[in-house]
Design a protein around this ligand. Structure first.
Ligand code: MIC
Ligand code: SF4
Length: 637
């Protein structure tokens, strides 16, 4: 039964949620079940999502629009990836979803360009799904199972978070980009500052930003841990949709004048400076003056953060008639084929190649370490959104994050350089070419699904045992990302649809012996610190441990998507002071009554300690049945 919202004046997020709530009452801090209008998935999380959808036993997708994209391994660096792409194309078509072929671009940019609708909800099996917030659409990242259930017409459950209002004033100045605004937010609130929040952008500065610039900011708000982030839908959104020949999709979205926010942050755009996030974490942010002159080995411009035509045109103008430094390698990889073709049409493509830039087809590729992997000890400056250890495919390579403007100036200099020292560049976009040739409509049930041997169905989810016992197989520190739990890149990217094989790489960069030890000991426990599982939505970071028999995780706090993914596979995310547990400790816990007090026996130390969890009634039921798929099947029965 849909419920009405209690408060009268609403934020933008509350307005959208109030039209989508089907279960629960829309109050901050409580769980609601919402209807999802659009679902997106991609080739690295999509094979699992589709296998999970299949296990629901439905004949076709039920959500209004489901789009299955191929972008992460578009270059098919191994035969298994190519097999995955064919599986995805045929299964999407069979079950009634649209399919975006390799070379068409990155799901997030494509979705706001070609499908996004202000005021609607989008659930994507990728953490950067909030990119759609640049268009006034509520995009939320989730694990593949949640997306599979939503594609099948099921509800998505989310705790209504607190609302953070970022008030923008002023206007960006010469050499400063929307990326610098995102980095400024990260500098101020850190990679944990958005946890438990929706971020809303308001204020007079909003109208000075184009839709692609807004999408850069909402894309990177993911790195603050926020559930989602959103801009108003205004006349700038309307003219963007008109250029996309989708003016009929526009509607206005603004917060009520007296909408209540839990906190506010003011950013005067005219005072934002060029910034760089140095290796390690996206919030390791420095003023350009502090890092200018740092020697570089590579520059990579593109990705779902800064791959828009708007951004790449700025870079082309900055490089036109000049040469990049021959001490470094520079690539440009547009976010979509629309951007790629516009760059050809206006002569930018030639400006790039004449400058010495290597042009790479639209897609993710280098962002997750498929190609252009930094060398040992090398520093790669990138317009992407993540820079943790191993992110670019080599744990001994380093990644720094910056705007397209800083990247262009640095490409010319061969060292980190300040774009304000180059002449100003003005870019306005007044038309866009539409070319949807590589977006396929579904055929339907008559399409035969092609499955190569690498497409391995999941083992069944089994009910929770009354007692969990085993060894602490690994203890890690604070801020462990899902990239650290399950590395992306050349090691594993071709094994995304083969859980028995990919699970062997669980914690590979942290401790190469983890998977073998887990297999030998028939599972055990993992101990983490704060913000455990931050970063990508990759459910393989939960599926891998599940496959290896991990029974529970103990951590101080969890990142939202990873917490949900653990529950979806039946692993309990316990909360406790993990300082008192050591690797190698033998633990035992009676979980026959998850609603009651829970005490862990530390058999090695001869002590006991109490643990908590923050599971809702629905989540406890899910854990008891073994996970989301078993729970959904039980509900259907
Ligand atoms: C990422 O940027 O880390 C990814 C690769 O897009 C992931 C999804 C994945 O693991 O495939 C994400 O952000 O969710
Ligand atoms: Fe692709 Fe990188 Fe964006 Fe993830 S962050 S969707 S890998 S471009």
């Amino acid at each position: 039964m849909p419920h009405e919202v209690v408060s009268v004046s609403k934020t933008m997020t509350e307005k959208i949620l109030s039209h989508h709530v089907q279960e629960g009452t829309l109050e901050r801090g409580t769980e609601v079940g919402i209807r999802i209008d659009h679902c997106l998935t991609q080739d690295s999380t999509g094979t699992m999502a589709w296998l999970e959808f299949e296990s629901l036993g439905l004949k076709k997708v039920q959500a209004e629009k489901v789009v299955s994209y191929c972008d992460h391994t578009s270059l098919g660096f191994k035969g298994e990836s190519t097999d995955d792409h064919i599986f995805l194309q045929t299964i999407a078509s069979h079950y009634g979803a649209k399919f975006s072929k390799n070379g068409n671009g990155v799901c997030h940019q494509l979705h706001y360009e070609r499908f996004g609708v202000p005021g609607k909800t989008l659930l994507g099996s990728d953490s950067h799904t909030p990119t759609a917030g640049g268009l006034g659409m509520l995009g939320i990242g989730a694990g593949g199972m949640d997306v599979a259930v939503a594609a099948g017409g099921g509800l998505f459950y989310v705790i209504v978070p607190k609302m953070l209002n970022v008030i923008l004033t002023g206007k960006l100045t010469h050499g400063v980009g929307a990326k610098d605004v995102a980095l400024e937010i990260l500098r101020r609130i850190s990679v944990k500052g958005g946890v438990g929040h929706f971020i809303e952008f308001t204020g007079p500065g909003v109208k000075t930003l184009s839709v692609p610039e807004r999408a850069t900011i909402t894309n990177m708000c993911t790195e603050t841990g926020a559930t989602s982030s959103i801009f108003p839908s205004d006349d700038i959104t309307a003219s963007f949709l008109k250029m996309q020949k989708r003016e009929g999709d526009w509607s206005e979205l603004t917060p009520d004048g007296d909408a209540v926010y839990d906190s506010t942050l003011e950013i005067d755009l005219s005072s934002v400076k060029p910034l760089v996030a140095m290796p390690g974490m996206p919030d390791n942010v420095f003023d350009i003056d502090e890092v200018a002159g740092t020697k570089l080995n590579q520059v990579y411009i593109g990705s779902c953060t800064n791959g828009s035509y708007h951004d790449l045109r700025i870079v082309a103008q900055m490089l036109k008639g000049k040469h990049i430094s021959t001490d470094i390698d520079v690539i440009v990889s547009p976010g979509s084929r629309q951007a790629w073709e516009m760059l050809m049409e206006d002569g930018s493509f030639l400006a790039f190649t004449k400058a010495g830039v290597r042009m790479i087809e639209p897609g993710c590729n280098a962002c997750i370490g498929i190609g252009f992997v930094p060398g040992n000890g090398h520093l790669s400056l990138r317009t992407v959104n993540r820079n943790w250890k191993g992110r670019g495919g080599n744990k001994f390579g380093k990644i720094a994050l910056c705007s397209p403007q800083v990247a262009a100036a640095s490409a010319l200099a061969g060292v980190i350089a300040d774009p304000r020292k180059l002449p100003p560049v003005e870019v306005s976009v007044d038309h866009l070419d539409i070319d949807d040739y590589l977006i396929l409509d579904p055929v339907g049930e008559s399409m035969e699904i092609v499955r190569a041997p690498n497409i391995v169905p999941l083992k069944p989810q089994t009910p929770l045992a009354p007692t969990l016992a085993g060894e602490v197989l690994l203890k890690v520190g604070d801020g462990i990302s899902t990239d650290a739990i399950m590395p992306a890149g050349p090691l594993t990217q071709h094994l995304r649809s083969n859980l028995p094989e990919i699970s062997k790489f669980t914690f590979f960069y942290e401790d190469k012996t983890f998977a073998t030890r887990a297999a030998e000991k028939n599972g055990g426990f993992i101990v983490g610190g704060d913000n455990y599982g931050q970063g990508s939505s990759r459910e393989h970071a939960a599926l891998g441990p599940w496959q290896l028999g991990i029974k529970a995780v103990f951590a101080k706090s969890y990142a939202r998507i990873h917490r949900a993914n653990l529950i979806n596979v039946g692993i309990i995310p316990f909360l406790c002071n993990t300082d008192i547990i050591d690797q190698g400790d033998e633990l035992e816990i009676d979980v026959s009554n998850l609603e009651g007090d829970l005490v862990v026996q530390n058999k090695t130390k001869g002590t006991h300690f109490s643990v908590k969890h923050d599971l809702s009634k629905r989540e406890i039921d899910m854990i008891k049945t073994g996970g989301l798929l078993a729970y959904t099947a039980q509900q259907h029965a």
